[in-house]
Design a binder for this molecule. Structure first.
Ligand SMILES: *Cc1c(COP(=O)(O)O)cnc(C)c1O
Length: 247
């Protein structure tokens, strides 16, 4: 098990390195985030202990289940799933440092309320639905600037950039289009010069499309399957909570 994970991590590193090389970027401009949904704490530990400290969950329940086992190993925890407003409290309890899936104002309001009460602040990325697929969360691209402006008014939320899930398709051109939309949006937002907004991070690219994402400017790639193996649940279970049918 350990050898498999370490081997897979080495393969991913090499893919990142090659993609950076191809696009004339420095390897240290791209961080590898491990998407750990359905992965046991034991397996996650292997990655953490071998120099891969950035992980993310999609569900508060999983965050909670693995928290005790992982809390003594230094690492950084992001949240990349659909976040219900009534779970905001838990996110803070389990030491999440960045919510990458901020996609609506009422969630920002709830986060701000809670953070204010606890005298804390948190990093956030605005999640954009660049594929136009109804099944995916994220704000529509043409509403993203307004959401960013509105979120920027909450002093407890530090906007660091944008996140997207690219189209699931074997047609690289169509996938690339999603990443271009995110990159263009980043540039548009930078031009708006909104106080309290940084646009440094572009979180895009997963196991199947990380090269394309890096070529289009990704600073964080989120990889699950290619490191930990296939999952038993379809991804729609994680991206579609409340929208699609239950399993
Ligand atoms: C599961 C997940 C990933 C990783 O997907 P893989 O295809 O397993 O690499 C990335 N981002 C989000 C939001 C995810 O839910």
């Amino acid at each position: 098990m350990k050898d498999d994970i370490l081997h897979n991590l080495a393969v991913i590193n090499e893919r990142i390195r090659k993609a950076c090389e191809k696009s004339g970027r420095n390897t240290d401009e791209v961080r590898l985030l491990l998407a750990t949904k359905t992965v046991s704490a034991d397996r996650i530990k292997i990655a953490l202990e071998n120099g891969y400290p950035l992980i993310a969950e999609n569900k508060v329940q999983e965050l909670k289940e693995k928290y005790e086992d992982l809390k003594d190993i230094l690492h950084e925890n992001h949240f990349i799933g659909h976040l219900q407003t009534n779970k905001v409290k838990d996110i803070l309890k389990y030491d999440v440092t960045c919510v990458q899936s901020l996609d609506r104002l009422d969630l920002a309001e709830k986060l701000h309320q809670r953070l204010s009460a606890e005298n804390k602040s948190i990093d956030v990325l605005i999640q954009v639905n660049t594929s136009g697929e109804e099944s995916k969360f994220g704000i529509a691209p043409n509403e993203a600037i307004e959401l960013t402006k509105n979120v920027s008014r909450f002093p407890t939320l530090r906007i660091k950039g944008l996140m997207t899930i690219g189209l699931f398709s074997a047609e690289t051109d169509k996938v690339r289009e999603c990443f271009k939309i995110l990159k263009n949006l980043q540039q548009d937002i930078i031009r708006e010069n909104i106080p309290n907004v940084q646009m440094k991070e572009l979180s895009m690219g997963m196991s199947g499309d990380l090269e394309t994402a890096i070529e289009e400017g990704a600073t964080i790639v989120r990889v699950g399957t290619a490191v930990f193996g296939p999952r038993i649940y379809p991804d729609s279970y994680y991206w579609d909570e409340g929208k699609a049918g239950k399993i």
